[in-house]
Design a protein. Structure first.
Length: 117
């Protein structure tokens, strides 16, 4: 089993920045990809960004490119999402995820991000 704990959400004004962190624990040896998804009220969950644990290759949702950066710290088993130039439409619950090489996945509880003036 893998446990994921998110932190760093909150309220920010448009144009501001937030840093989300996801701490992983448990059986991590066969984790291939970690990432972030988000789900706004009444909407489907969508990919924000993913990163391959081994290579560090990153992939972004179209809305995240140029504004968000995902990184991983293998020594801390942590994945970080830096979000800049936030917009009201970025308001959502952000979920950390981890995917094994066999396709099984794990999810955190989610952290609320609200972008509002």
């Amino acid at each position: 089993q893998v446990q994921l704990v998110e932190s760093g959400g909150g309220l920010v004004q448009p144009g501001g920045s937030l840093r989300l962190s996801c701490k992983a624990s448990g059986m991590l040896f066969n984790i291939n990809v970690m990432g972030w998804h988000r789900q706004a009220a009444g909407e489907r969950r969508e990919l924000v960004a993913q990163i391959r644990v081994g290579s560090g290759d990153a992939f972004y949702g179209h809305f995240a490119e140029g504004r968000f950066t995902i990184s991983r710290d293998l020594t801390q088993n942590t994945v970080v999402l830096e979000m800049n130039n936030l917009k009201p439409e970025d308001t959502a619950v952000y979920y950390c995820s981890a995917e094994r090489y066999d396709g099984a996945d794990y999810w955190g509880q989610g952290t609320q991000v609200t972008v509002s003036s």
